[in-house]
Design a protein around this ligand. Structure first.
Ligand code: ADP
Ligand code: MG
Length: 684
């Protein structure tokens, strides 16, 4: 068998299973094996009965007396066994709801029991332990892999299938695993071969096996990232955008309704140095929600346009693109700079018109979504690309421009404080600027966590503010009621009940992603103009609603949102400098939800919130890289493994420069794998 064989070839995988696996992105044997265990159960740690443990341990003990099964109620039965370990400590095994196990346990027989030891009234107790006969433990002490669900297969199903692949009945079916890493490299860094790695990760005997397997896998991934980045690298190369002197920023600043903060000024001076250096810029601007990143982008567009170059600004959604186009136009039209919008949903004629202007250079600042980089868009002279809050458009974006013979400066804006190594993985080699100040006079948004029982109270609080002319926002995780998501609030039903509640008093609007672009725009325009008092919306408002009058918001089923996302949402209220309020509403009172909500209630600094989010969910989930298939980081944790990413950078460069055939093969295999991983990111 080969890694690229269809998964269907594995015994036991029928057409139904094949379809289910395909839905989870598994087509080949290799895809299946890339799904490595989440954790391993290790029963090798032994303990005496006297120790109380947080983690399960193995206790060797003899059953001194076996009790009878008692049926407490219909769904509850139990029996006890008195046990004694080899040091003579007495304890008890309690088995709930598995009466049949009583026949498998014998008095005077020694067993290994695996479970947590708790103490009940002075007696050590193991509840529902796993066990095996002490004189025939079999594979009890081997590690047991635990897999996440895939293609409808649970952990045991995955394990069985893996066994069929790695230990086939016929010798001729043995899996052939090609080796990517050159032998000298494996020797130098003491890395095991690719096939041994698969056995060590899937069917390890000891924790040391797993460790070796993971080390090899991480090394390969870190190397892949470095090779991918090096191959896509342009920052620092001579630029063909010739701008040695920029228009005066003072003139621009004087035209603003506010003074730039010191953080904004500092970042602009860093960008100015890049743009006049004669080299290609690749810079990430980080700034908390509300720190004023947009105006930095506008200033860049101003510089570009007055220097004779086009500037493209990519927003994550059409709504935002539309809104930014208005915003940019308001700031830039006084200087005679033409701002053009281009979106996917434009009418044919409008679009043709926009395309013509982009091609003949009349459009100086072009705002849009991914539509900005479709094949039929030809720039007159693109000098700079700015992408906002866009983690899905990373290193690979360069390829798109290179194909068109362009090499613009790159600026990425993000509200999430990304660790340097992760930024490297997401965006390639780039410089980072931080807007570390907030515009003056911002008050922290007062934030509360309530269950839905408090809704009447929240609605009447909102009414009070709306009576004073303020506006409100209610965010729901879903558009409409879906059976799968029972108990989760949706925009439609919340909209209906809230509208009923405020009938004749306040004007309620509704906004969600399934509306047509023009309907969405109409609602946003009315909300901005104050013609809607309260907006019920999905999280499409996460970034971009900028209504100074917006003072209060409620987030329904708040547990469904990421912490950084909640922080983003909260950044929409209180922009006019007034005291603002945010209610997180959830009927989910699990420990985890309460802990997460407390982070938002108690913290107002995006950095602290992102740290908590990384800690609670892991960076991949926070940044959405897991869903978006960024260079698949199955073992590598960009935060924890930053050392390895740094270490393999030199290895990558050495390999790229090496003339040896095996090194060249390694580079091309890894760089293909990298491009494929990144290529999955939506590029239209
Ligand atoms: P974000 O960094 O979240 O994208 P925005 O650029 O949308 O933030 O700015 C948030 C709000 O702050 C906007 O209403 C903007 O006009 C305002 N703003 C930006 N810079 C300043 C400043 N230096 N002083 C006062 N208000 C500012
Ligand atoms: Mg923004």
């Amino acid at each position: 068998m080969k890694l690229e064989d269809a998964i269907r070839k594995v015994p036991g995988i029928g057409p139904k299973r094949e379809a289910a696996l395909r839905a989870d992105g598994v087509e080949t044997v290799g895809d299946f094996l890339a799904h490595t265990p989440r954790v391993y159960i290790d029963r090798s740690k032994r303990s005496a009965l006297t120790e109380q443990t947080d983690q399960p341990v193995t206790v060797e003990a003899v059953i001194t007396k076996k009790g009878t099964v008692r049926h407490i109620r219909r769904n509850l039965s139990l029996f006890h066994c008195a046990i004694e370990d080899d040091a003579g400590n007495c304890g008890r095994v309690t088995v709930f709801n598995q009466p049949w196990l009583r026949d498998r346990l014998e008095e005077d027989q020694w067993y290994y029991f695996f479970g947590k030891i708790s103490v009940s009234k002075g007696t050590p107790v193991l509840v529902n332990p796993q066990f095996t006969l002490a004189d025939a433990p079999g594979d009890f002490f081997d590690l047991t892999p635990v897999y996440g669900k895939i293609g409808g297969l649970g952990s045991e199903g995955v394990h069985k299938t893996v066994n069929r692949i790695l230990h086939p009945k016929k010798e001729s079916d043995t899996l052939a695993v090609p080796e990517i890493l050159p032998e000298w490299l494996r020797k130098k860094y003491d890395l095991e071969s690719a096939d041994v790695m698969l056995y060590d990760l899937h069917l390890p005997k000891t924790a040391a096996d797993v460790e070796r397997g993971r080390r090899r896998m991480k090394f390969e991934e870190a190397l892949k990232i470095n090779i991918g980045i090096a191959k896509n690298r342009v920052a620092g190369e001579p630029s063909n955008v010739h701008l040695y002197h920029l228009a005066s920023i003072t003139r621009f600043e004087n035209g603003l309704p506010f003074a730039l903060t010191s953080g904004q000024k500092k970042v602009l001076s860093e960008i100015e140095a890049d743009l006049t250096s004669g080299r290609v810029m690749n810079r990430l601007v980080q700034g908390d929600v509300g720190s004023g990143k947009t105006i930095v982008a506008v200033a860049c567009a101003y510089w570009m346009a007055l220097g004779g170059y086009q500037c493209a600004y990519m927003a994550p959604t059409e709504i935002l693109a539309q809104q930014h186009a208005k915003n940019f136009d308001a700031f830039l039209s006084p200087y005679g700079i033409a701002v053009t919008l281009i979106t996917g949903s434009m009418k044919e004629k409008e679009r043709a018109n926009a395309l013509a202007h982009i091609e003949n250079g009349e459009a100086q600042v072009i705002i849009g979504t991914h539509a900005l980089f479709q094949k039929d868009v030809h720039y007159y002279n693109l000098g700079m690309v700015i992408t906002d809050e866009q983690h899905r458009f990373g290193v690979h974006q360069r390829g798109v421009f290179a194909e068109k013979g362009e090499q613009p400066h790159m600026l990425v804006m993000s509200a999430t404080p990304i660790p340097r190594t992760l930024a490297l993985v997401l965006y390639g080699d780039l410089d980072i600027s931080v807007i570390d100040t907030m515009p003056e006079g911002r008050k922290p948004v007062k934030t509360y966590f309530y269950t839905e029982k408090a809704m009447p109270k929240i609605l009447s609080f909102m009414a009070k503010l709306m009576a004073e002319g303020q506006q409100g926002l209610i965010v729901c995780p879903f558009i409409d009621d879906s059976a799968e998501m029972e108990g989760v609030r949706d925009t439609q039903s919340v909209y209906q009940s809230v509208q009923q509640y405020y009938k004749g008093l306040y004007r309620v609007g509704c906004l969600h992603g399934k509306m047509t672009a023009s309907d969405k725009q109409a609602v946003i325009d009315r909300f901005n103009a104050g013609a809607i008092d309260l907006l019920v919306a999905t999280s499409i408002v996460e970034v971009g609603i900028d209504v100074p009058n917006l003072s209060v918001m409620a987030v329904m089923s708040a547990e469904r949102f990421g912490l950084s996302q909640l922080h983003q949402l909260r950044g929409r209220v209180g922009r006019g400098g007034q005291q603002a309020y945010c209610f997180l509403v959830s009927n989910n009172l699990s420990e985890k939800t309460v802990e997460r909500m407390k982070v938002i209630v108690n913290h107002h600094d995006g950095r602290e919130i992102a740290e908590a989010d990384f800690r609670l969910r892991g960076p991949g989930d926070v940044l959405g890289t897991r869903q978006h298939g960024l260079p698949s980081l199955s073992a590598l944790d960009p935060a924890a493994d930053s050392g390895l990413i740094a270490e393999t950078k030199d290895v990558a460069l050495a390999l790229i420069q090496s003339p040896k055939a095996e090194d060249m093969r390694c580079v091309s295999a890894l760089s293909n794998a990298f491009d494929q991983g990144v290529g999955k990111i939506s590029m239209n």
